[in-house]
Design a protein around this ligand. Structure first.
Ligand SMILES: [Zn+2]
Length: 145
């Protein structure tokens, strides 16, 4: 099969433009990909405003989290709310939606296992879509955001 010649310049252009953003990888579901260890985790807000955490292997295939765990704390102006999480096949889902309002900060605390040191990821929960990448602002992969 012949590759249409017309597409080649666009492919080359993308290779140049996209190289700038090589450190920013978007989550496959459209959420924010967190550099947790040993598996990477995606922070995703469902249409019901529930928080979903999905773990991925190196090939970004959803996998069971094993001993890896997270806690999710919303920090709206009215006070902190720690979300209850229930285990799913490939991560966690909050049993309650995120508090109304925003944007506010959400802290995801991740541990490789029960004994590991926790690592905090702070996310500004802005659900408005980014005009450039069309992802929600909290999951924006544009350079400089
Ligand atoms: Zn963007």
């Amino acid at each position: 099969m012949k590759i249409p010649r017309l597409l080649l310049p666009f492919a080359a252009l993308c290779a140049v433009v996209c190289a700038h953003a090589e450190n920013i990888v978007g989550g496959p579901k459209g959420g924010r990909l967190l550099e947790t260890e040993p598996l990477r985790a995606e922070f995703f807000v469902t249409p019901e405003r529930k928080v979903e955490i999905v773990f991925y292997d190196a090939a970004l295939k959803p996998v069971a989290p094993g001993a890896q765990s997270v806690t999710v704390t919303a920090e709206p102006a009215g006070g902190r709310v720690k979300l209850e999480l229930e285990k799913t096949a490939t991560g966690f889902l909050s049993t309650q939606p995120l508090p109304e309002g925003g944007p506010y900060r959400v802290v995801v605390q991740a541990r490789a296992d029960a004994e590991a040191k926790p690592r905090n990821f702070r996310i500004d929960l802005n659900l408005a879509p980014c005009g450039e990448c069309q992802r929600a602002e909290y999951a924006c992969i544009c350079e400089g955001h």
